[in-house]
Design a protein around this ligand. Structure first.
Ligand code: KG4
Ligand code: ZN
Length: 335
């Protein structure tokens, strides 16, 4: 196997390792830390301890599944940021030590860029320029991509990410974490027009999701005062209505970007890309605006090391390596 890279992703609560050889993913192991489900969200300190515990086993599994020995690796890639600092430190320190011991280059990868390119995994064709809508529990961004190393954030959330808004609304309804997929499922049998919520949009291409979450909380509390069984009796309609609101907020800015920047290719990535109503709206948009939609396979939508490996492969080909004194960054940035 030629040009083999081991990639490690530890930006949040999932420990993941992947091997890519000549641009093709040979393994992608993801271990989710189930503890956070019970805790109602990701607890940074618990997440970094979880990575410490898991990382060796996940890496061994990734190498084993790819049928490659560590001595055959040509580089070690890892998520440099953004993400939770304690989590990033585990992955980056491990990768540096591994690269140092094997005497091979290391490649620090921007997590957001890796997400934006996740639909190109396994050498899928790319058409530039394209716009990437990155929607997850940690990110909500519209990124304009002119080449693999030239991209610009056009719009982003000023507060909560859309996945976070899904999860917080679900929590208000007493649903488990992460609530996004549950709201999606419950919405199937609901009427999305049953309840309406005020517009909390901000100017330009940016998003804001904290206002809608607050008005949802006030709405539920008010209804519960009149009828303590309000949630139980109307759960499907409530879910369909709030889902419709959140997705229409996402679509509004995406349409604006498509019109203003005249792009013809759109990629959707991140955990919320799994949302069935978003997918429906996006495919309608593709017909009405004559744009091409690219959605990564499900396993590459959520956080995974294969997307880090994929982006690292582009960097490797251009010999873009990191220095061994490189340090992770927690804040969202695309340099
Ligand atoms: O990309 P991801 O796995 O992790 C990061 O946050 O980086 O995204 C997880 C987020 C959670 O907020 C989860 O509720 C949301 O994606 N999510 C969904 C759906 N599936 C996952 N939100 C709405 N509908 C879904 N079907
Ligand atoms: Zn992510």
């Amino acid at each position: 196997m030629k040009n083999s890279i081991l990639a490690i992703e530890t930006s949040c609560d999932d420990t993941s390792a992947s091997v890519i050889s000549d641009g093709i993913i040979k393994s992608n192991i993801v271990s989710s830390q189930v503890d956070h489900t019970k805790l109602g969200g990701v607890v940074p300190e618990i997440a970094s301890r979880g990575h410490q515990k898991n990382i060796i086993y996940i890496v061994e599994k990734a190498l084993e599944e790819a049928e490659i020995s560590r001595k055959k690796l040509d580089a070690i890639a890892f998520t440099l940021g953004p993400g939770l600092l304690g989590s990033l430190l585990v992955g980056s320190t491990f990768s540096k030590s591994f690269g140092y011991a094997l005497n091979i280059p290391i490649i620090g990868v921007n997590h957001l860029k890796a997400h934006a390119f996740s639909h190109t995994i396994n050498k899928k064709k790319i058409t530039y320029p394209f716009v990437s809508l990155l929607v997850s529990g940690g990110h909500t961004q519209i990124i304009l991509i002119k080449s693999y190393d030239k991209m610009k954030i056009i719009g982003e959330t000023r507060d909560d990410a859309v996945g976070e808004a899904f999860d917080k609304c679900a929590k208000i309804l007493g649903l488990d974490y992460p609530g996004g997929p549950l709201i999606d499922k419950l919405s199937y049998d609901g009427n999305k027009k049953a309840y309406s919520f005020p517009d909390t949009n901000v100017d330009g291409y940016d998003y804001s999701f904290s206002g809608i979450k607050t008005s949802f909380l006030y709405f539920i509390n008010k209804e519960l005062k009149n009828n303590p069984d309000f949630i139980k009796e109307n759960l499907n309609d409530i879910c369909a209505s709030i889902q419709s609101k959140l997705i229409s907020m996402l679509m509004l800015k995406l349409v604006k970007v498509i019109d203003d920047f005249k792009v013809k290719d759109i990629s959707i990535c991140g955990g919320v890309a799994a949302n069935s109503y978003l997918r429906k709206k996006i495919f309608n948009l593709s017909e009405s605006k004559n744009v091409k939609i690219h959605i990564p396979e499900m396993e590459y939508c959520t956080d995974n090391a294969a997307m880090i490996a994929n982006y690292a492969y582009y960097m490797y080909k251009d010999k873009i390596f990191s220095d061994f004194d490189v340090v992770p960054y927690s804040k969202h940035k695309i340099e």
